[in-house]
Design a protein around this ligand. Structure first.
Ligand SMILES: [Zn+2]
Length: 673
């Protein structure tokens, strides 16, 4: 695989000359590519989270933030207009990897949905074709527990563990660490299964997602615009990684695809970040395909969609595959097919699922965007790309056919709820004193007062409350959250955050009371029941904790946190066999969950199975060396087996990592005596 340096220098020289020639041509049109033109090529998929298209130089960004992407775009094929289908990380990546719309692949929001493997993915298809496959993700939102590990030999989701009770902490790792892991996997020599198989690597860079806090020197260089600083940092890291791969000859026959999962509103339409609305700031994403010389430089002017990425890549590689919602763009790029407009579906359901606001869905078709809400919207994207003039009332002859097209696209879809709540579950929740609506209300039963446009100010107030809480001003946060609950009593997430606030300020009984009363009033979902079950456990009310967590799992079997918490509650109740079942289930779905190995280790310690405890806790610290609690537990396991020297080493590490970890300090002091 590794080529002598001299050859590479010559190749790079040729590539530069070729680019000069082709750039002149690319202004005219895109050139045809044969299906299978890249047969056997490696595939490198880079997704940059929250990268707004107009911040990329190749898309008109003026600040020079993205020299790497701009170079790939100049040497490759740039898709001028590409749409995401959900302005949120997990569902957007799910639609990219499966070629299926969210209502088809079943992943419609972060956190409470899990891809169940019902469709082949880009990874599973390439794996079946003999590729080795590796994914390197930067943040918890794409943890293996949410199912996007389907089809990957290696799914590296090692970004560290959430501190116990650290409800608002963001679990992420920076681009350099993600790319280091990806590059070392790509460049490892051969593999046991048979020499130089082609590879598919997916690297997910989370840096531009809030909180915006780029490392030096980007921190100071972009002090007034840290979002741009994060983009510049991620792009620079991508450039360095590609250089390393190119120097070692790994890019000579590699298809590189760069995309974003969604953009960032930055205040457009009063939206601060993303996820509430589906305006161009968050829905339009960059998409670049680079594979010289097979893919000639050019700009594709038609509409591309993230569901088209999977079938397009497979078509270029020469693997026949159809996608549930997407189609290969290759024939369109070459002009073999007229650029027919199938429309691009989108939805944003988070506010519906977590706040009981009206669900947002829509379609981009024929240069117009229709947004189906209680206050419907229609924009002429060519004349009004900033979407300031709602034409819905005046242009019914345009709106109605798009509405019909939207209805026919959606007709195959399932209802919005995470899972259908069955009679048994409703009964069980009633027996706990909770009220749960048997199913989500249909979109058109909402009114203008439930429209997210009407409620965006409340959304921003919620952000303010969370900022206040993170900034150490809990009294301010508490006042805002109570105000929000008074304004919208069914604002599920506001109840949840108020409970979190009480929890973080050591008022556990108030945290429990807040969620219990919200649940009795019917303002509950599986996520808030899982939170409540955790608080009840901390308060020592194990019976009720187990009941509530079981109810959460009945309500949504994909509420993964509930398995982990239930395992701990069962451990504390002495129900060891059931605890093992919970942790085993977690680890079968999230094999890199260091906290689960830690909890399993604690279970073994409770059972006095010290050798098993050592094994499990060693796994925990191998995955996350910074997990202080696991080092402490490991020390206990060693001590119980009489290995005091090793015990002291582990307790020292625990105290070093977490000087506030009282158990470890105590253990260390006792050992010294
Ligand atoms: Zn994202």
């Amino acid at each position: 695989m590794k080529k002598p340096l001299v050859v590479i220098v010559v190749l790079i020289g040729l590539a530069v000359i070729a680019v000069g020639v082709m750039r002149a041509r690319s202004a005219k049109a895109t050139e045809a590519i044969a299906s299978g033109a890249l047969r056997g090529a490696n595939v490198l998929l880079i997704t940059i989270d929250t990268l707004r298209a107009d911040h990329v130089g190749a898309y008109g960004g003026a600040r020079g933030l993205t020299p790497t992407i701009d170079r790939l775009a100049a040497e490759g094929l740039r898709f001028e207009t590409t749409y995401a289908h959900v302005p949120l990380t997990l569902p957007s990546h799910a639609s990219l990897l499966t070629g299926a719309y969210p209502f088809v692949n079943g992943v419609r929001d972060n956190g409470s949905f899990r891809f169940d493997g019902r469709h082949p993915t880009l990874g599973s298809t390439l794996k079946a074709a003999g590729y080795r496959t590796g994914a390197f993700v930067a943040a918890f939102v794409l943890d293996a527990r949410f199912g996007l590990n389907a089809g990957f030999d290696v799914y590296d989701d090692k970004y560290g563990s959430r501190p116990a009770g650290g409800g608002l902490s963001v679990l992420e790792r920076p681009a350099d660490r993600v790319l280091d892991a990806a590059v070392s996997w790509i460049t490892r020599d051969g593999d046991s299964a048979g020499g130089n198989r082609p590879w598919f690597a997916w690297a997910h860079l989370y840096d531009p997602h809030e909180p915006y806090d780029p490392p030096a020197p980007f921190h100071t260089r972009y002090a007034s615009d840290p979002y741009s600083g994060e983009i510049a940092f991620a792009d620079a890291q991508l450039g360095a990684a590609l250089d390393r791969l190119a120097r070692q000859g790994y890019l000579t026959r590699t298809l590189v695809v760069v995309a974003a999962d969604h953009g960032e509103s930055l205040g457009d339409h009063q939206e601060r970040t993303h996820g509430l609305f589906a305006y161009q700031a968050t829905l339009r994403v960059p998409l670049v395909v680079w594979a010289p010389p097979a893919v000639k430089p050019g700009v594709f002017k038609g509409v591309a969609r993230l569901v088209d990425v999977m079938p397009t890549v497979l078509d270029l590689i020469g693997i026949p595959a159809s996608a549930p919602s997407g189609r290969s763009l290759r024939p369109l790029v070459g002009g073999d097919l007229p650029a027919d407009d199938r429309g691009s579906y989108f939805e944003a359901l988070n506010a519906n699922l977590t706040r009981n606001w009206a669900p947002l869905a829509g379609l981009v078709a024929g240069g117009f965007k229709l947004i189906d809400l209680p206050i419907p919207e229609l924009y002429d994207l060519r004349a009004d790309p900033a979407e300031h003039f709602n034409l819905y009332g005046r242009r019914q002859e345009v709106a109605k056919p798009i509405e019909q097209q939207l209805d026919s696209i959606r007709s195959g879809g399932k209802p919005v709820a995470a899972t259908q709540v069955d009679r048994d579950t409703v009964q069980r929740l009633r027996s706990l004193g909770y009220v749960v609506a048997p199913a989500a209300r249909p979109a058109r039963s909402f009114t203008a007062r439930d429209d997210p446009k009407t409620l965006v100010a409340l959304s921003n107030r919620l952000d303010e409350a969370l900022d206040a809480l993170k900034g150490g001003r809990p009294a301010v946060a508490e006042r805002i959250l109570k105000e929000l609950i008074a304004a919208r009593p069914d604002f599920t997430i506001a109840h949840d955050r108020l409970a979190l606030l009480y929890h973080e300020t050591s008022r556990i009984e108030m945290a429990i009371a807040t969620l219990e009363s919200a649940s009795r009033d019917g303002v509950t979902d599986a996520a808030s029941l899982a939170t409540l079950g955790g608080y009840l456990q901390e308060a020592g009310n194990f019976e009720r904790s187990a009941e509530v967590l079981q109810a959460a799992l009945k309500l949504n079997p994909s509420e993964m946190e509930a398995y982990e918490k239930l395992g701990i509650t069962y451990t504390r109740m002495g129900r060891y066999a059931e605890a093992h079942r919970m942790f085993d289930h977690m680890l079968s779905i999230a094999p890199n969950s260091a906290t689960t190995y830690n909890n399993l280790g604690s279970l073994y310690l409770t059972e006095r199975r010290y050798a098993d405890a050592v094994q499990s806790l060693t796994r925990a610290v191998a995955i996350d060396p910074a997990l202080a609690r696991a080092h402490n537990g490991l020390g206990v396991a060693y001590a119980r087996q009489g290995q005091m020297d090793q015990a002291i080493v582990e307790w020292r590490k625990a105290v070093e990592l977490r000087p506030d970890l009282a158990d470890a300090r105590y253990n260390l002091e006792q050992a010294k005596k």
